[in-house]
Design a protein around this ligand. Structure first.
Ligand code: 26Q
Length: 817
């Protein structure tokens, strides 16, 4: 199979091997004979980077001189995953790489394994940003990703002897990192604190301290586009020279304190992905990267100009706000325009409101970010004044439009009362030109519920862009066997840049021979994953069982507890003799999930799953027909191994709680069937793959609302379903805690008396659908046919399509070619 070659002046394997040798000797000072796989990894990466350099410079020049507006994707997280294989794929150098490394006498896998995955994100939102910059480069959209180069990424997860989550720091820059280029000459000053004074009728901010934002540039090569965009991640450095005056033995720590404070800003990624706490350092991070990015964009588009005409700024670039995390950029751009460039309020407002768009990624009210006005006032006094002024103007606007004073009160950007809070989502909605949700259902609920008042006042602002994921990483790199089969079936590999072509596989679902080969791909991927899981975690997985996976962050709303209760119910059936193990469909249940370190219920759920695994996997009565495994430290690398091997994907959140989900798309791409609720993008996946190829269960949003309204009593479900009762009783009676009844008391109590996400109410329906799943799985050909139809029907969920929607509905711009 020939790979589509990108026009980045491809070279031969011999030339590539020579370049790797050169890098080893002249960049690293290592003789090829003495090199390790890690040295070769660094040398190869440097060589690939150089291969991309001409395209990158040409792209940057075209962006600045071009007629098309650029996109600045502002995101506190970019969860990139490993770079090398993706860069090789984009540059059309995969074959050359494999030959060159073999020629040099190294093991390809060892070289790949030497790369440390940068974990600069929590989950869906951060990975989405990474998929979007890949697609923008592949579609030749002029774009910059702007974010933070955290020293410590998302924590490494381990489990202790009791099965509890332990967090270890992820100091990923411990090893040489060849991809990021530190560009000290493009640094920006970012200031904080102090006060605002009046000088000649002007407000002048006198900050108390500053940090130096140093850009670290990552190349973002497009697939087969010949374009290379930039991901610019800011790193915080101190300006203050080491203070020699205070440097004597007793005052050593005082002397370095300013450096430590400055450099703390980009030190660590916050591991919470909801219920943000108003921590000052988090606000410092947000302002730090957004302020540096706005100044950087002005530098890029108005080079060397002291008095640029910034009324053209919205024609040069628009900023996409990835959730509320960069929303402080709105008052920052106002401040820059007014205080630094002398524009009046109205001119600045006109520029600002044509520059920003806002994507919301949540529906949980507690996850909507707010900042105490007091904190903003201390850290960014001038910005608080500007936000207050925006709020006053907005109020005046509302008074002309809205009759109900209560509605006006509800909508204020700054809440009134004792401890006023700045509501970042409201600020973004008022100042943004467009506001979008991330799946049809989510965007509808934003208009109907979360931002309802605003949708009445600004009906034209609201739109939807259903999420998408990149087929390059999540099909081509993750699943080479399936990729080869798709290319063969379609007679072309153009599907990699136009995923709608997967539709062409549909007729092949009627070809039993093809379906059989598709099934064999899955079988081989399962065997590979079993070997991987043995190596990495010591698991013994049987590839002749159904691989049933639930991987995502641990959250009550995602309902990992529904899955584990169903597993326990099956186990209880065997233990009580109601069901013989021989009648059970052999199944391997795989979990992967990190819990926020302070999230007690989530951590207790991890402990429970680990202990259910320990008990079930070692019980001879189960005869290996049911096994449960919690793979530690779920990350992009693990996803790339696990998703292609999965047959059943669990997307079982309470309806109305998962904004979109993106794992669901990756699994559908790779031929898993979904068991899921009508939530997030599940709704659209089901529409496209067909109701008969999707296992739907559970309450709808309307049913959930009705049950709340009626008064939800979880205990009545416990009493009504004997299997549910048996499962919960087993958790309560110490079966998974060596007889200690107290270990999971908080979980049991929550299930019976609160159960905010109605796990118990959906339990019976979830079990019923499992019977359908088992019946189908016992007809392997029919199962595989449906799985293949999932692949054929999921092309819509490519991030290329999603970026196309952003271009059309929001950015109103296109490709630079
Ligand atoms: C905010 C303030 C302070 C500290 C942390 C945070 C924070 C960090 C990360 C808040 C939220 C996040 C991440 C949210 C997230 O990943 N949301 C997911 O976004 C996906 C992409 O749109 C959706 O598919 C998921 O449904 C949504 O849960």
């Amino acid at each position: 199979m020939t790979e589509q070659t990108a026009p980045h002046s491809p070279i031969s394997a011999e030339q590539f091997a020579e370049q790797i040798r050169q890098e080893l000797e002249y960049s690293q000072g290592v003789r090829p004979e003495q090199a390790t796989a890690a040295d070769v990894y660094v040398a190869t990466s440097l060589a690939v980077r150089k291969q991309l350099m001409d395209s990158w410079m040409r792209t940057q020049q075209d962006i600045v001189q071009g007629k098309t507006k650029a996109v600045g994707y502002l995101s506190a997280e970019f969860l990139m995953g490993k770079q090398l294989r993706n860069a090789l794929l984009s540059a059309g150098l995969t074959d050359q790489f494999e030959q060159a490394v073999t020629q040099l006498g190294f093991d390809i896998q060892a070289v790949i394994d030497a790369e440390v995955e940068p974990g600069l994100g929590n989950g869906g939102l951060g990975r989405l940003a990474a998929c979007y910059i890949d697609s923008m480069a592949s579609l030749a959209v002029p774009a910059f990703g702007y974010g933070i180069q955290y020293r410590y990424g998302i924590f490494k997860q381990e489990f202790d002897a009791q099965g509890r989550q332990v967090e270890r720091p992820d100091y990923w820059l411990d090893n040489e990192e060849p991809w990021g280029h530190v560009d000290y000459n493009r640094s920006q000053r970012v200031s904080f604190g102090g006060k605002v004074v009046e000088e000649n009728g002007h407000k002048v901010w006198k900050p108390a301290w500053s940090v130096r934002a140093v850009p670290v540039d990552y190349l973002v090569p497009g697939y087969a586009s010949g374009r290379v965009n930039t991901l610019r991640l800011w790193s915080a450095k101190s300006y203050d020279e080491f203070d020699l005056l205070t440097f004597n033995n007793s005052q050593y720590l005082d002397a370095v304190r300013p450096q430590v404070k400055a450099e703390n800003i980009s030190k660590i990624l916050y591991p919470e992905d909801s219920t943000p706490q108003g921590k000052s350092l988090r606000l410092e991070q947000q302002y730090f990267f957004v302020s540096a990015s706005i100044h950087d964009a002005i530098r890029v588009f108005y080079p060397g100009q002291d008095q640029p005409d910034l009324t053209s700024f919205p024609d040069k670039i628009c900023f996409q706000l990835n959730d509320t995390h960069p929303v402080i950029g709105i008052p920052e751009l106002m401040r820059v325009l007014i205080d630094e460039y002398g524009y009046d309020w109205n001119a600045a407002w006109s520029i600002t409101t044509r520059t920003f768009n806002y994507t919301c990624h949540t529906l949980l009210p507690e996850a909507l970010e707010v900042w105490p006005a007091k904190l903003i006032g201390e850290l960014l006094p001038r910005h608080l004044q500007i936000i207050q002024q925006i709020d006053r103007h907005f109020l005046a606007e509302l008074e002309g439009k809205v009759a109900d004073p209560q509605q006006i009160e509800r909508m204020r950007i700054i809440s009134t009362g004792e401890d006023p809070q700045v509501r970042m989502a409201y600020l973004a909605t008022v100042a943004g030109e467009h506001v979008n949700g991330v799946a049809e259902l989510h965007s509808q609920l934003l208009k109907d519920v979360t931002l309802h008042d605003f949708s009445l006042v600004y009906p034209g602002k609201f739109t939807n862009v259903t999420n998408g994921v990149t087929p390059r990483r999540f099909i081509k790199l993750a699943n080479p066997r399936l990729s080869a089969l798709i290319t063969e079936g379609l007679g072309t590999d153009r599907w990699l840049s136009d995923l709608s072509l997967l539709e062409g596989l549909r007729p092949l679902a009627q070809d039993d021979g093809f379906v059989g080969r598709f099934a064999q791909v899955k079988r081989d991927n399962k065997a590979d994953f079993a070997a991987f899981a043995k190596r990495e975690y010591g698991f013994d997985l049987n590839p002749d069982t159904m691989f049933d996976s639930m991987v995502k962050r641990l959250h009550e709303y995602k309902r990992q507890s529904l899955k584990i209760l169903a597993v326990i119910a099956d186990y209880a059936d065997i233990k009580s003799g109601r069901v013989s193990a021989d009648d059970l469909l052999p199944r391997t249940v795989l979990f992967g999930a990190k819990a926020a370190p302070g999230y007690r219920m989530a951590k207790l759920t991890i402990q429970l799953i680990n202990n259910v695994a320990r008990v079930v996997n070692t019980d001879p009565e189960v005869k290996g027909r049911l096994s449960v495994h919690f793979a530690p430290n779920y990350n992009i690398r693990m996803a790339q191994h696990l998703i292609p091997a999965t047959e059943l994907d669990e997307q079982i959140s309470q309806a109305g709680k998962e904004a979109s989900g993106t794992g669901n798309m990756k699994f559908a791409f790779n031929g898993a069937l979904t068991v899921g609720t009508l939530d997030g993008a599940n709704v659209e996946i089901r529409q496209r793959v067909g109701a008969e190829n999707f296992f739907l269960f559970g309450m709808t949003v309307e049913e959930v609302d009705a049950l709340y309204a009626k008064g939800y009593q979880p205990e009545s479900y416990y009493q009504a379903d004997p299997r549910l009762k048996a499962a919960i009783d087993m958790v309560a009676d110490g079966s998974f805690s060596d007889g200690d009844c107290g270990t999971y008391a908080a979980l049991v109590d929550d299930w019976l008396h609160k159960d905010y996400f109605m796990t118990l109410a959906d339990f019976t329906a979830y079990n019923q659908i499992q019977s359908d799943i088992e019946a189908l799985y016992r007809q392997p050909l029919e199962w595989s046919r449906k799985a293949l139809l999932n692949v054929a029907s999921s092309g819509f969920f490519s991030s290329d399509r999603a970026i196309g929607d952003y271009l059309e509905r929001i950015w109103k711009t296109g490709s630079m070619d």
